[in-house]
Design a protein around this ligand. Structure first.
Ligand code: GDP
Ligand code: MN
Length: 382
């Protein structure tokens, strides 16, 4: 899960990482209060889940209240296109108004889990302000890394060494890095980035940008972080699916699929591709799906306007075929089904499931096996 910069900075402050004073603004009228509280000049920063805002006009300096209002007016409600958003951009619904910092020097600080080394790694670079990907390509010798033993944690000598390589005050710099490590581990982050960390003209270290990603599987341990989820930043159908614990990913084809088991879902997508069509989604309803979850998943597939055919491919092991049939029939009662449904069922209670579908009065096409189903996909889509 990702959070906005202003939320990451709230967490930074909680763990003792210095951040500029700021106020979140969602309407132009609120700018005046923010400016009165913070003083001028201020920096206005678009809050979207994407980086590269600076170059795209999503980070602007305002020297007067009028300027601050004008910049905010131009940002709010409009899409911001950065190299991370895709061509349509992301609508800016909030801006962070912050006291502007006088920058003497910019640094990079980041933490990720290194899969090859199987441990967290802290990375720093005195060449701040650049994206780490660019930096890795152009000046890899300026990136310094410390792998961290998960049992020992980030040790004091590692903090000092990293601070030394950054060229910042060892004591305050080391303390800041230790605080970032504590935050990363305590909150089960998958990524933490301060780009840039700055040295101000008056000699303070300050995190003027903040990025945090969290491990979804650990969110149950951090209800306050989970609450920071901004549904506006998610695909609406994926968000809906997450409420029912459905493993759903939207794709751009026209065959909606409902499958149990990630492996079968991948195989089903291959079959669809072989038939010359493209899947509209990945949906693994899992082994423990009940009729309610099936019904919700079915409705989610149907609300994707690209879907021209639904292919239900279930191998009933733990999820029984009759439960699947019940869910589909329930969903069909609640919503219109304007597209053909192709079903291939095998496994536990398959006879019962097939009979329920046959008696439902709904119009199903039955695939006897996978290759038969593939032929029928071709027939139906023409
Ligand atoms: P990003 O482009 O989305 O990563 O957004 P950042 O928050 O990193 O801002 C981009 C750039 O704007 C930074 O690298 C700084 O150079 C500049 N910037 C941001 N805040 C301030 C500030 O308070 N004062 C000054 N002088 N520059 C700032
Ligand atoms: Mn940045």
């Amino acid at each position: 899960m990702k959070v906005h910069e202003y939320q990451a900075k709230e967490l930074f402050a909680r763990y003792g990482i210095p951040v500029p004073k700021g106020k979140l603004v969602t309407q132009v009228q609120e700018v005046e209060d923010a400016v009165n509280e913070l003083g001028l000049p201020v920096v206005i920063k678009a809050q979207i889940h994407a980086g590269g805002r600076g170059k795209a006009g999503g980070v602007k300096l305002a020297k007067t209240l009028d300027e601050a209002r004008e910049i905010t007016r131009k940002m709010l409600g409009k899409p911001l296109v950065t190299h991370q958003t895709g061509g349509q951009g992301t609508i800016v619904r909030k801006v962070l108004v912050e006291e502007a910092a006088a920058i003497k020097k910019e640094f990079y600080v980041g933490m990720v889990i290194d899969r090859a080394k199987r441990c967290p790694v802290m990375m720093v670079s005195p060449a701040g302000g650049m994206e780490i990907e660019e930096l890795a390509k152009e000046k890899p010798e300026l990136i310094f890394k410390e792998p961290i033993d998960p049992f020992l944690g980030l040790l004091p000598f590692q903090c000092r060494s990293l601070a030394f390589k950054l060229g910042v005050d060892i004591k305050t710099g080391g303390k800041l890095l230790a605080a970032l490590y504590k935050l990363f581990i305590s909150l089960d982050c998958s990524l933490a980035e301060i780009n840039p960390l700055i040295l101000t003209e008056d000699g303070r270290l300050l995190a003027i940008d903040a990025k945090l990603n969290f491990d979804d599987s650990a969110l149950f341990r951090h209800p306050d972080v989970k609450e920071m989820l901004d549904p506006d930043e998610l695909d609406p159908l994926e968000y809906e699916a997450s409420k029912y614990n459905l493993n759903y990913v939207r794709l751009d084809g026209n065959v909606g699929i409902m499958v149990n088991g990630a492996g079968l879902a991948m195989a089903t997508m291959d079959v669809i591709k072989l038939a010359g069509a493209d899947p509209a989604n990945f949906l693994d309803v899992g082994g423990s799906a009940n009729a309610e979850m099936i019904a919700q998943g079915f409705k989610i597939i149907l609300s994707d306007p690209n879907v021209k055919l639904i292919f239900i491919n279930i191998f009933g092991g733990i999820l029984r075929c009759d439960v699947l049939a019940q869910g589909v029939i329930e969903a069909a009662k609640q919503v219109d089904i304007p597209v053909p449904i192709l079903v291939r069922l095998e496994g536990t209670n398959v006879e019962q499931g097939r009979e329920m579908l046959a008696k439902s009065g709904l119009n199903f096409v039955v695939g006897k096996d996978l290759s038969d189903a593939a032929r029928k996909i071709v027939d139906i889509l023409g």
